[in-house]
Design a protein around this ligand. Structure first.
Ligand SMILES: [Zn+2]
Length: 328
């Protein structure tokens, strides 16, 4: 079971950047998302249920099926807005992975008092299920701004891992959520880089740290894992002249049969990912970081990528890598 609550890292997107983000999205996001959306709502499957019963719809996302379950208490307006939000989130995830991560998943939406997306949990038993709590007063802007559902859907793309390596799951979900949403215009790429530069230091080892596999703190789990993903992505793209990065590596895990429906060791996941791009970057980085409390030189990484100083520098040595992660 993997949960995303209000205290998870990307809630920071709601802080000072929120107004700017929404302004940008209201200009650009909906027309972009209307083009070539790789999923289709099957309206004929909409079944009206007696009061007190969930309303169930089936969405096709490429070759996958999402069973969308509205718990009792949704107004028609909220239900329509939530349906669009599910479409948009599934689209962002499917575009990143080249497919939706699993053939079938249930998505249970539960309304409650208040506004906003209140947190999500992904379950693997008895079948794959994402449960999300939604405020009844959630606005369209809040749906556009939401990261929780994409985060939970990204979890579906990684096999279940032993508890000490939960940082890999949360790290991939935290990192890929931002990239996937940035790629489809739900968040401006410059904002993603600014948030990462501000928040990723929370993933650095603190006093008493014993490496990623032995330090299950919030910072190391979410941002330490995201830092691992960023470092791997940069190195893979740099080595391959920007042709193949973490996206291709993670697509390789899916192609090898790895997703949240199965339990794999981290070594197996990283080997499959490395094999997909013909490198050993992920395995090597894991060996270096799993037991080590050595901090990452993030300041140097931001300078190389051209992220330092609050602006994006296209003359930086790794500017091409930065644009390969998040083009604009
Ligand atoms: Zn998570």
């Amino acid at each position: 079971m993997i949960s995303t609550g209000d205290s998870s890292p990307a809630t920071r997107l709601e802080a000072p950047m929120r107004r700017q983000l929404l302004a940008a999205i209201s200009q650009a996001a909906w027309p972009v998302m209307a083009l070539g959306r790789p999923f289709e709502a099957v309206a004929a499957d909409l079944r009206s249920q007696p009061t007190g019963q969930p309303v169930i719809e089936t969405l096709s996302v490429l070759r996958s099926r999402l069973e969308l379950q509205f718990a009792p208490g949704f107004s028609p307006t909220l239900q329509a807005a939530a349906r669009t939000w599910v479409h948009t989130s599934a689209d962002a995830v499917a575009r990143y992975f080249g497919r939706f991560p699993v053939p079938k998943v249930e998505l249970l939406l539960v309304p409650e008092d208040g506004s906003g997306v209140r947190g999500g949990v992904t379950y693997d038993e008895p079948s794959l299920l994402i449960r999300v709590r939604l405020g009844r007063q959630t606005t369209e802007a809040q749906f556009i701004d939401d990261w929780v559902l994409v985060h939970e859907m990204v979890h579906l793309a990684i096999p279940r891992v032993p508890r000490p390596q939960n940082w890999l799951h949360e790290g991939v979900a935290t990192y890929v959520e931002s990239v996937a949403r940035g790629r489809v215009g739900l968040v401006p790429p410059a904002t993603v880089w600014r948030v990462w530069a501000a928040d990723m230091p929370q993933g650095q080892p603190q006093a008493g740290d014993a490496g990623l596999d032995h330090t299950p703190t919030w910072g190391r789990t979410y941002w330490g894992g995201a830092m691992f993903c960023l470092m791997a992505d940069v190195e893979m793209l740099n080595r391959s002249a920007q042709r193949q990065g973490l996206q291709h590596a993670l697509q390789g895990v899916l192609a090898a049969g790895g997703n949240y429906g199965v339990a794999w060791s981290v070594d197996r996941i990283l080997s499959a990912a490395d094999a997909a791009v013909g490198q050993t970057t992920l395995t090597d980085l894991y060996r270096r970081m799993k037991d080590s409390s050595e901090p990452v030189d993030l300041d140097s990484l931001w300078r190389s990528l051209g992220v330092a100083g609050g602006t994006l520098d296209d003359d930086a040595p790794l500017a091409k890598v930065r644009r390969a992660i998040l083009p604009w």
